[in-house]
Design a protein around this ligand. Structure first.
Ligand code: 5GP
Ligand code: ZN
Length: 118
């Protein structure tokens, strides 16, 4: 998607452009999935849209089909990683722990996960 919005200062846009390396586990025309640099579980993958949107809500408003594709990609990653169960999280806003303001879905699994999260 060459016409996808891009922010040259955004870390994940730079990963999409190949300017910063990442361990890619899955990709489609619209999304890229790669391992988190600081994994919080044996499997910790980030699924991102190719377009720059600051959070999941902005992505869903602008590109609803791509927002849905993040979920499809997460299921594929769980299958590839052999996860019996997994957790999906969109941290939205700094108060919720969001540090990178390019929408991303965390896929966590491979260990027992407690609820509620911190
Ligand atoms: P957030 O805190 O915004 O929900 O998630 C951002 C995630 O990006 C964090 O889990 C953090 O470890 C991860 N991250 C930050 N910088 C990099 C990087 O350069 N490469 C990769 N693969 N992950 C990163
Ligand atoms: Zn971006």
């Amino acid at each position: 998607m060459s016409d996808a919005p891009r922010d040259p200062d955004c870390l994940f846009c730079r990963i999409l452009a190949g300017e910063i390396p990442a361990e890619v586990v899955h990709e489609t025309e619209h999304v890229l999935a790669f391992r988190d640099i600081a994994p919080q579980a044996p499997t910790h993958v980030l699924v991102i849209p190719r377009g720059h949107h600051e959070n999941a809500a902005a992505l869903a408003a602008a590109e609803p089909l791509v927002a849905a594709e993040l979920l499809t990609a997460a299921a594929e990653i769980a299958r590839l990683e052999g996860l019996a169960g997994y957790r999906l999280a969109f941290n939205t806003g700094a108060e919720a722990g969001q540090t990178v303001f390019h929408a991303h879905l965390h896929v966590l699994g491979g260990r027992d996960l407690t609820w509620p999260p911190g």
